[in-house]
Design a protein around this ligand. Structure first.
Ligand code: HEM
Length: 188
């Protein structure tokens, strides 16, 4: 079983972490945006419940998100598909910015909770106490701003990333999409 990447193929490690991170980010977007809508509707109970869910999922998947970033930069990456060089450059830029957005969220999210003087509570199963003795408004505001930047960055780069993947699946049909489903060699 090929756990690590090769120059021809992604390994099971990268494939598993890619899909865990993909569904995890979607869950974070849904719960985060719903919490934003609840706030606009002045529904404090729903806002609290949705933020609790958002923070619980984020804390539970934190290690997987972090491993996804670390593994991307610590392993060899398979060769880029055969297409115009500018498209391969664009795909690398988009991928790096997407992972940067994820890193920003992984730092700013927990910081936003802790700087509010609260512990991170995940599904009442485990709790990560705040390193701050009391609320720190400056850090809290900086963390919220960074969290906004991170989600805008992820939103646009994720859209481009998905469009690129669909282009390979439906137009190019070059096996590039399937490389993220199972370890295999390029078919073209
Ligand atoms: C992994 C990618 C993540 C995405 C895409 C994401 C997305 C979002 C979104 C869309 C909101 C908006 C809520 C609103 O409009 O009020 C939000 C808020 C928030 N998120 Fe995340 N989040 C992520 C990771 C995390 C993590 C790991 C934590 C903590 C464990 C966290 C904690 C928070 C907190 C405390 C807020 C409220 C403060 C704020 O509005 O900035 N987030 N997030």
């Amino acid at each position: 079983m090929s756990l690590a990447n090769t120059k021809e193929s992604y390994g099971w490690g990268a494939i598993a972490l890619h899909w865990i991170a993909a569904f995890g980010v979607i869950a974070m977007f849904i719960t985060g945006f719903q919490a934003g809508l609840a706030e606009q509707a002045n529904d404090k109970a729903a806002r609290g419940a949705l933020m609790g869910l958002h923070i619980s999922i984020g804390a539970t998947l934190f290690v997987f998100f972090a491993a996804r970033i670390a593994l991307h930069y610590s392993q060899v990456q398979p060769a880029k598909p055969k297409q115009a060089p500018w498209l391969n450059t664009l795909s690398s830029v988009v991928q790096n910015l997407l992972l940067l957005g994820l890193l920003i969220q992984l730092i700013s999210g927990p910081l936003a909770v802790w700087s509010g003087g609260r512990a991170i509570n995940a599904f009442e199963l485990f709790s990560l106490p705040s390193p701050f003795a009391e609320r720190n408004n400056d850090i809290h505001e900086a963390a919220e701003t960074a969290h906004l930047v991170g989600r805008v960055l992820i939103f646009f780069t994720l859209a481009l990333h998905v469009l690129g993947a669909l282009k390979h699946l439906m137009l190019d049909r070059d096996g590039a999409f399937q490389r993220m489903l199972w370890p295999a060699k390029l078919t073209k």
